[in-house]
Design a protein around this ligand. Structure first.
Ligand SMILES: [Zn+2]
Length: 329
């Protein structure tokens, strides 16, 4: 029996609780050198991993909505800026087909039918091809638009981002989570914000009830990049899915088998793949609690089944090919 401090209590369903349906989508593949990501790495090992994306359908009234979480790689690398292309050279081999648009088409859905795109963050392997989603509203974490326009400090120079990445007039930021930021290089919040409010949810200090009906929560997941967010989705009675984005790049970190790698930052210091390694470690710790057997319960109810999926989990993809759209999680 787990103690109260370890238990994660998720909100009880409402009498007419809507649920979401989640399908995995292909978002291309890239190659990561293990030594940049996990401790005790094989210095020469490189792994070609997916950049998983997800279709989240909400069948509730007044009309069903199609939401996508993350867009993977661009199929046309000329859409990346020169400094991004230089960085991508170090992530070869890459695979760009099928991308999200093609993956949707395979299940009979067109990119123009997508209502909302939420990006976990705006690294090159998550931004995809936004112009495909001509009718979608884009929703990103606070500070993302400033990051795209001006970069975020020396390790995150402006040339690694594109100020025109997301459609002007169709992009909104979630409100800032905190009023003051610990980092002086943290980007500024945009005045163009969604109407959401951050509230705590059990172990998670800040979540947003995205549709206001308890079916889909956006979870503040600080550490990896400014504005990094995850999703917590209610997929059925007693069933939840947590989409962890880049909270870590290797499931062994989540399971506590490896740590977050530190490496030379090029100016005599150490860095990790995260903007704030300590915050990223805290985020991982919270998510890892979801993996503990029997640790997730529903308010006034029993144990919950919860599946955690990371964006770059190759093993998950290989074992779950039948859960790609039109299949479901
Ligand atoms: Zn990333």
């Amino acid at each position: 029996m787990s103690s109260n401090t370890e238990t994660i209590i998720l909100p009880a369903p409402s009498p007419k609780q809507p649920y979401v349906r989640i399908s995995a989508l292909e978002g291309g593949h890239l190659t990561l050198p293990e030594k940049l990501f996990i401790t005790d790495a094989d210095p020469n090992k490189r792994a070609t991993v997916p950049s998983l994306c997800f279709l989240i359908q909400q069948p509730a009234s007044p009309k069903p909505t199609n939401l996508i979480f993350d867009l993977g790689l661009k199929r046309d690398f000329t859409g990346y800026r020169p400094a991004q292309q230089h960085h991508i050279d170090q992530r070869q081999p890459t695979i760009v087909s099928p991308d999200v648009r093609e993956s949707l088409q395979k299940g009979g859905l067109s990119a123009s039918e997508i209502d909302t795109v939420i990006l976990s963050h705006v690294h090159w392997d998550h931004v995809g091809t936004p112009s495909d989603f001509s009718n979608a509203e884009f929703v990103v974490g606070s500070g993302t638009l400033d990051l795209l326009a001006h970069g975020g400090g020396t390790l995150y120079p402006a040339e690694l981002f594109n100020p025109d990445e997301l459609p002007k007039g169709r992009t909104k930021e979630l409100p800032p989570v905190r009023t003051s930021s610990s980092s002086s290089s943290a980007p500024k919040a945009s005045p163009n914000q969604t109407q959401h409010t951050w509230t705590p949810l059990s172990a998670f200090p800040a979540v947003v009830d995205f549709y206001g009906d308890g079916s889909l929560y956006v979870v503040d997941a600080p550490g990896h990049l400014f504005g990094h967010v995850n999703l917590l989705a209610r997929t059925g009675p007693g069933k939840w899915v947590y989409l962890g984005g880049d909270c870590c790049h290797d499931p062994r970190i989540l399971r506590g088998e490896r740590g977050i790698a530190m490496y030379d930052d090029g100016s005599g210091g150490l860095r990790s793949v995260h903007v704030d390694t300590e915050e990223a470690a805290g985020t991982v710790k919270r998510i890892a609690r979801l993996l503990k057997q029997g640790s997730v319960v529903e308010e006034g109810g029993g144990q919950m089944e919860i599946e955690v999926v990371l964006a770059h989990d190759r093993e998950w993809r290989e074992k779950n090919l039948d859960r790609f759209w039109p299949g479901t999680l």
